[in-house]
Design a protein around this ligand. Sequence first.
Ligand code: TGC
Ligand code: FAD
Length: 417
Amino acid sequence: MATVLDMHKNGVNGVHKFTGEIPRRNAQDMYEAPDFYNIDDLLTEEHKMIRSAMRDFVKKEISPIIEYCAEHNIFPSPIVKKFGDIGAFGPTIPVEYGGGGLDYISYGIMMQEIERGDSGMRSTASVQGSLVMYPIYKFGSEAQRKKYLPKLASGEWLGCFGLTEPNHGSNPSGMETNFKDMGDHYLLNGAKMWISNAPEADVAVVWAKNEEGRIHGLIVERGMEGFSTPTTHNKWSLRASCTGELVFDNVKVPKENLLPNKSGLGAPMMCLDSARYGISWGALGAAMDCFDTARRYTLERQQFGKPIASFQLQQKKLAEMLTEITKAQLVCWRLGMLLNEGKATTAQISLAKRNSVQIALEIARESRQMLGGMGITGEYSIMRHSMNLESVVTYEGTHDIHLLILGKEITGIPAFA
Ligand code: TGC
Ligand code: FAD
């Protein structure tokens, strides 16, 4: 049996790959979003149109296949092109590079709608937009922007982001992946672990240290000799998202693939700011789906001759869920406006990510109980959201790391080490 250390060293690998048709289930997706404080009044007509288009997309393209994919641990590859077609990749990237040229509220709304469907599907979209397209746009050369961004935006190519390593998760500054200047190319060695999209990715934005120990971003393409992306199996969370390793064994990376415009840990951290913001809205979407499912179920389900929604304990749960959802909606909207104005701080983003995921986990757990035995089945989305959120509370900075980021902001004293 593999030990934890073996798994960190060797990865949790397997070999199967699904090649068949994904059956579409005739799932009735009757989702209605809660909006208790009329947040709609804060949105523009464009925001509402984007939301309506994404909601329809999720009902048509994600809800009918997602339970099957999660149950069978299948990444629905055709979704990549479909996300590209609807503009879910890089909505804030300028139009000239294939992006949407939209604001941060639009981005948040998209992530909320997609994660309402499934956190793994939101992972696919937010990694592509915030962690692959964003660094190429922000830190890349003009030639890199032109080469990669349009293909990533359209979904012709899928990307992944390699920061975490077997020995360095919460503390990425300790990374061991490194590259040497060989004159006409760089020689890349090392390994990344827990990388969303990796097994299917065409390109990887990889963070590695140069000979002076300075962190840089490199664009590594599938097919480069010595580069492999073994799949991570045995996940009980994000089962419709593909996760893997990135292994670099003397990979010759062309010099023009180094991101020239920023180095140091601050570069990947800026990408994380954008992705963590997307998760704030996304996890809230999962919470809203759980709430809506529980509300509808309790109105229909009869016990003791009455709908279970008539019992005070059920109403208490629903009232508390709606309170937390409403507070989080306001936090996310305000954070989006601060980002639009270029004023949002990392700690503000940490507060929102941490809060949304925490309330989503609690709401998933409570709503699961409100469905009784039915709550543990794949007939309803709640158990899947619940399991997914166990990854969301860990990736992009764990719950406790975000608490420490807030603690540092409040006191001025870093308590990480
Ligand atoms: P620290 O000393 O605080 O900072 C080191 C340097 O980085 C700069 N910096 C930032 N710059 C811009 N924006 C930010 N948000 C920044 N955060 C830090 C900082 O100014 C400093 O620069 P300089 O020039 O002074 O050197 O760094 P630290 O080593 O003490 O670490 C701080 C800590 C623990 C908060 C940080 O490392 C952290 O956030 N750890 C969590 C790791 C994490 O979030 N990993 C995510 C991996 S990607 C992922 O999970 C994708 S999942 C995707 C999906 O499927 O959806
Ligand atoms: P560790 O850092 O080993 O943490 C273990 C525990 O120790 C946690 O509870 C943590 O909070 C706690 N801890 C650590 N340091 C401290 C401290 N100073 N004080 C108090 N407590 C502490 N990474 C990528 O680079 N790209 C991806 O695309 C990506 N996708 C992912 C997809 C999935 C499904 C998962 C599960 C992870 C993904 N990750 C990705 C990795 C993710 O970012 C890391 O798992 C996360 O940052 C935590 O690192 P770790 O798992 O090594 O945990």
